[in-house]
Write a protein that binds this ligand. Structure first.
Ligand code: SAH
Length: 258
């Protein structure tokens, strides 16, 4: 382990606090018939805990120089793919697996936190849950409520797909090398029966949040605002509000009536 040269460009901050590893392990409950995807196993600190579930594990690691270390933990149930998760075709990679449920559990590289979650959210795979370590600020943004500065496009988008819960905070001291931010572990549980047209919804919230300082009337000029206004008024809002005031359910109702 001493020999590994840490690569900042890959967001390498390895979690080496057994209390936190144990807490992550206890926050999910896969069985032997399930499959876990881990993004960025690093030196395998978390992977070793995940192996205690005795289920199948598929890891994506971009840094091939970790092979020497990771070789020691691969076995018939744990596979490491040395490739960029962002360029991977997960659906194809899991084709050979038989499993009941599929989970994502990972201490992910922070420089691509949002792209990773978006990729998972937009994939066709029905994940049981995603349990992800991320920078505290990002976790707070994703779980923010309306009327707060943190509540933005990405909040509404991800809350459309998931129930999002911050499980616990993790001090920067629990990592090596120590990063200059604290972290949180966040659990995403997919919502069932999403019926709203996603493309329409995505475009609408993008437009609503386009200029943060502007109100809905100004951001939504390209729409026929009559129906939008009806739904807003019915819910106690108006076109003079900003997108950051509008709860997810109201956005959904507006899009369903567009
Ligand atoms: N899970 C480990 C390491 C976390 S650090 C632990 O908790 O100790 C983040 C890891 O993600 C590093 O190992 C880094 O090499 C890897 N990584 C960075 N970018 C990646 C990418 N695009 N695809 C797959 N792995 C990546």
């Amino acid at each position: 382990m001493e020999k590994h040269v840490f690569k900042k460009k890959f967001g390498q901050n390895f979690l080496n606090d057994s209390n936190i590893l144990e807490k992550i392990y206890c926050s999910v409950n896969p069985t032997e018939k399930d499959l876990i995807i881990e993004i960025g196993p690093g030196s395998g600190n978390l992977t070793k805990y995940l192996q205690k579930y005795n289920c199948q594990i598929l890891c994506y690691e971009i840094d091939e120089s970790l092979k020497n270390i990771l070789e020691n933990i691969t076995n018939e149930k744990t596979t490491i793919l040395y490739k960029d998760f962002m360029k991977s075709d997960i659906e194809n990679d899991i084709k050979g697996y038989k499993f009941q449920k599929i989970f994502v559990i990972a201490n992910i590289p922070y420089y691509i936190t949002t792209p990773i979650i978006e990729k998972l959210a937009l994939s066709k795979i029905q994940f049981e849950s995603l349990t992800l370590m991320m920078q505290q600020e990002v976790g707070e943004r994703l779980s923010a409520l309306p009327n707060s500065k943190n509540y933005g496009y990405i909040t509404v988008l991800l809350n459309y797909f998931y129930d999002i819960k911050i499980l616990f905070k993790v001090s920067r001291k629990c990592f090596f090398p120590e990063p200059n931010v604290d972290s949180v572990v966040v659990k995403f549980t997919p919502k069932k029966n999403l019926q709203t047209n996603f493309e329409k919804f995505n475009q609408f919230i993008k437009d609503s949040f386009q200029y943060k300082r502007k109100n809905l009337k100004n951001n939504l000029k390209k729409y026929n605002t009559e129906n939008i206004e009806k739904v807003l008024l019915k819910n106690g809002f108006s076109l003079n509000d900003r997108a950051e005031n509008i709860p997810l359910e109201v956005f959904i109702e507006i899009v369903d009536n567009l």
